[in-house]
Write a protein that binds this ligand. Structure first.
Ligand code: KG4
Ligand code: ZN
Length: 356
């Protein structure tokens, strides 16, 4: 299948042209072209993503990226050799999602090619298919921990396209908590990587921290998360401090990262125990999957379960991108080829759920 895929759910405008063939557990994925414009520098000063600004930027960037993608793949604009166009329809910021949808509707009309709607979270799940270790397949059922700026979910993947949400955050998403704590410490958006860097400096010093932060819901019986109390605990501690030194910031970043990672790992462990060995794979997806501490601890966790493989996305595919959207569309189309013949009314859904 040759797929033109488009992602505009948040603050990255991304287009890729892929050729995907083969079985779903280990598809052959060729990236013929891939381009992305990040709006991070634009949203940085607002400390988060500003929806109307995101929409305006997507509208401006999409035609530029399309031209670049087609040129890179040596395809003509008049009639590119593709089977269909994939687009994210949710979850995400609705004004941003609509720009992608309107754009592909025009292309679909012009080229007479079908559109395949994609759930952004399915993109994060299947992003791991891009760089599976040699000779390994994505064996299902699997448990996915999806951790991004907008979501924190534990998803049981019974089969391709068959999902059950086992737990989710009741307030802030994990990435959002990293971003908010970064802001409290005077760091710019997105804060995840910056918090991580500071925390590492503190770890290098090997000093004992003279404070700890709460681990919200660590002992709750369910698989839900809560990060807003953790963020507030950081806020109160920082406010109570008279002088904020660089060392204090580093220690606070470490205390926060340790607390967030502890909860994510503990709940993932509980989910795996609850599945009584049924999950053959642990998938970690979303921007926060790039976090070194989290991936270290989750890889360690996987060794507690015999036969369980843990897969993470390639660094390029941790944050939002169009390659993962193309891959997720391939799964959808392979399971339901009739999808390409159906006239689907596309609609942006900011809260789109992962349903079977
Ligand atoms: O998946 P993503 O690109 O966007 C959403 O779909 O939300 O995730 C972005 C989030 C941001 O909150 C960012 O701070 C976080 O991922 N992030 C990290 C790291 N890299 C990105 N959080 C912790 N550690 C990192 N290394
Ligand atoms: Zn995302």
């Amino acid at each position: 299948m040759k797929i033109l895929s488009i992602e505009t759910s948040c603050d990255e405008t991304a287009i890729s042209l892929l050729e995907i063939t083969g079985e779903l557990n280990r598809p052959e994925i060729k990236v013929l072209a891939n381009s992305l414009i990040s709006q991070v520098p634009i949203h940085e000063k607002y400390g988060g993503v500003f929806p109307t600004l995101a929409k305006r930027e997507h509208q401006k960037n999409l035609p530029i990226l399309l031209e670049k993608t087609l040129e890179e793949a040596k395809e003509s604009f008049e009639s590119p050799d593709i089977d269909y166009i994939a687009v994210t329809t949710g979850p995400g910021l609705e004004p941003a999602l609509w720009t992608g949808i309107t754009f592909v509707e025009e292309l679909s009309q012009r080229w007479g090619k079908p559109i395949v709607p994609v759930n952004h979270m399915e993109g994060h799940i299947y992003s791991v298919l891009y760089n599976l270790p040699e000779n390994l397949r994505l064996e299902l059922p699997a448990l996915a921990l999806l951790v991004s700026g907008g979501h924190t979910e534990l998803v049981y993947i019974k089969d391709f396209g068959v999902y059950e949400i086992l737990g989710r955050t009741l307030d802030d998403a994990a990435g959002e908590a990293f971003d908010k704590v970064a802001r409290i410490l005077g760091l710019s958006y997105p804060g995840g990587p910056k918090i991580s860097e500071l925390a590492e400096k503190s770890r290098q010093r090997k000093n004992e921290l003279d404070f700890t932060l709460p681990r919200p819901m660590l002992h709750s019986k369910d698989l839900n998360f809560s990060f807003s109390g953790l963020k507030t605990a950081v806020l109160y501690k920082v406010r109570a401090e008279e002088v904020i030194t660089e060392e204090y910031k580093e220690d606070m970043a470490r205390a926060f990262e340790d607390a967030a990672v502890d909860v994510l790992v503990a709940k993932t462990r509980n989910a795996l125990i609850g599945l009584s060995g049924e999950a053959q794979t642990l998938i970690v997806g979303g921007g926060v999957s790039a976090n070194t501490q989290l991936s270290l601890q989750l890889r360690k966790l996987a060794t507690e379960f015999p036969g369980l493989n843990a897969y993470f996305p390639n660094q390029l595919l941790t944050t939002d991108n169009a390659i993962m959207i193309g891959i997720a569309s391939y799964i959808r189309v392979s399971r339901d080829p009739e999808l390409l013949k159906r006239d689907i009314k596309l609609e942006a859904d900011g809260n789109l759920e992962l349903t079977s």
